[in-house]
Structure formats: structure tokens, C-alpha cells
Design a binder for this molecule. Structure first.
Ligand SMILES: C[S@@+](CC[C@H](N)C(=O)[O-])C[C@H]1O[C@@H](n2cnc3c(N)ncnc32)[C@H](O)[C@@H]1O
Length: 218
């Protein structure tokens, strides 16, 4: 009964959400696109010719925004555990990012091309148990940071979804040691009551990139 009430309340909030309405009117895949749009307008992340990796991409709002911005000379590789309908000029890989075989498929799709921008909007399926959900997010974000460290061009950029709570300060410190700058972004489309925020790290240092271990793809 409580579950039904919660899902009814969620649905009411969802359908009256101005970003959901705007996304529907504009034929966009998700309200999440407005988060990246705001950050990109402010921080100028995406430009023509870039190679972008979109982790946790479904249903596809971020890739839908990135693909026309990188243009024909650029590349967007999107990955999600869920299926995603095709988007022109986006290579999609379906799989769990925490699995080595899936990482290999992502590397194959990159075809030796170094990455300019790693986006991670990955969020685990919420169990409702805060400590469990926070630990799952922390694991996914660690994997995204490690991928960024080993696949970004020196000078490259990482945008990663975070949740306030255990592990968030550690992650910020860890990212701060790898990049020239790291700032917090909380776009308007990220609900006030949500613990969600984004860390934007610019300028992967040469030193961090060279710390890749023997055998790693660099
Ligand atoms: C907030 S949604 C992303 C929304 C997307 N940025 C957009 O604009 O449409 C988070 C996504 O992370 C994905 N995800 C969660 N765990 C994952 C994993 N281990 N590997 C790949 N994707 C994962 C979920 O399936 C979900 O689609």
C-alpha cells in the first residue's frame, strides 16, 4: 500500500515537472538532457570533432545533445545496461560497465581513438536502503574515474554524477588529484530535494595519465 502511494506521488510529481513537459514538447528522450545542456552552456564542454563517451546513457538524452555538437568529425560512444533506441552518429553498447568484457567492447568501439570528454550519469537501481545505494553509486563512480584516467587525452574532461553522502568527499579529493580543476555543478533540472550533484573535472594531468599500469589501455 505504502509502495503504491509512493509511486502515485512520484507519477504526480513526474507529470507536473516543467522539465518533463519541456522534454516531451521538444521530443527529447529524458529530462536529464537539461542538466547537461545547462552545464555545457556554462562550461563549454562539447565542441565539434570531439570524442565523447556517455556512460549510463539510456534513454539517450545526453547522447542526443552531444551527437550534433561533435558533428560528423566527432564520435559519441554511449553505454548502458539497459537498451537504448538508436541515435544517429552514436555507437551504442549495451552492457554492465563494471564487467571487463563490456569495457573491452567499449575500447573496441573507440578503435584506438583517445577520448576528450567522459560523461557519467550512471546511477544504480535504487533499493531504498541508503547505505547500499550509496555504496553502489560509489563503485560506479570509481569505475568512471578510472576509465577517465586511463582513456582521456591529457587535458581531457570528466563530468560525473554524484550523491551527497559516504564516499562523495573522497571522490572529490581523488578527482582533484588527477585533474587541474574540479568544481561542483547542481543544474536547475537536478531536483532540490535530490542528493544528486555533478563533479566537473577539467584538464587531466599528464602525470595522472602516465600513472596507467602496464597492460592497461593507454
Ligand atoms: C539517470 S539515468 C541516465 C540518463 C541519461 N543520461 C539520459 O540523458 O537519458 C542512469 C542510467 O545509468 C544506467 N546504469 C546503472 N548502472 C549501470 C551499469 N553498471 N552499467 C551501465 N549503465 C548503468 C542505468 O541503466 C540508467 O539508464
Amino acid at each position: 500500500m505504502a509502495g503504491k502511494k509512493t509511486s502515485r506521488a512520484w507519477m504526480r510529481e513526474h507529470v507536473s515537472d516543467p522539465f518533463v513537459k519541456l522534454a516531451t514538447r521538444q521530443g527529447l528522450r529524458s529530462r536529464a538532457v537539461f542538466k547537461l545542456e545547462e552545464i555545457n552552456a556554462r562550461d563549454k564542454l562539447i565542441s565539434a570533432g570531439m570524442c565523447v563517451v556517455d556512460l549510463g546513457a539510456a534513454p539517450g538524452g545526453w547522447s542526443q545533445l552531444a551527437a550534433p555538437l561533435v558533428g560528423a568529425g566527432g564520435k559519441v560512444v554511449a553505454l548502458d545496461i539497459l537498451n537504448m533506441e538508436a541515435i544517429p552518429n552514436v555507437d551504442f553498447i549495451r552492457g554492465d560497465f563494471s564487467e571487463d568484457a563490456v569495457l573491452k567492447r567499449l575500447e573496441q568501439a573507440l578503435d584506438g581513438r583517445a577520448v576528450d570528454l567522459v560523461l557519467s550519469d550512471m546511477a544504480p537501481n535504487m533499493s531504498g536502503v541508503r547505505s547500499t545505494d550509496q555504496a553502489r553509486w560509489a563503485h560506479l563512480s570509481e569505475l568512471a574515474v578510472e576509465f577517465a584516467r586511463t582513456h582521456l587525452n591529457p587535458g581531457g574532461t570528466l563530468l560525473v554524477k554524484c550523491f551527497q553522502g559516504a564516499g562523495a568527499d573522497d571522490l572529490r579529493r581523488e578527482i582533484g588529484a588527477l585533474f587541474d580543476s574540479v568544481v561542483v555543478r547542481k543544474p536547475k533540472a537536478s531536483r532540490d530535494r535530490s542528493r544528486e550533484f555533478f563533479l566537473l573535472a577539467k584538464g587531466l594531468t599528464d602525470e595522472a595519465r602516465q600513472r596507467a599500469q602496464p597492460g592497461e589501455t593507454v
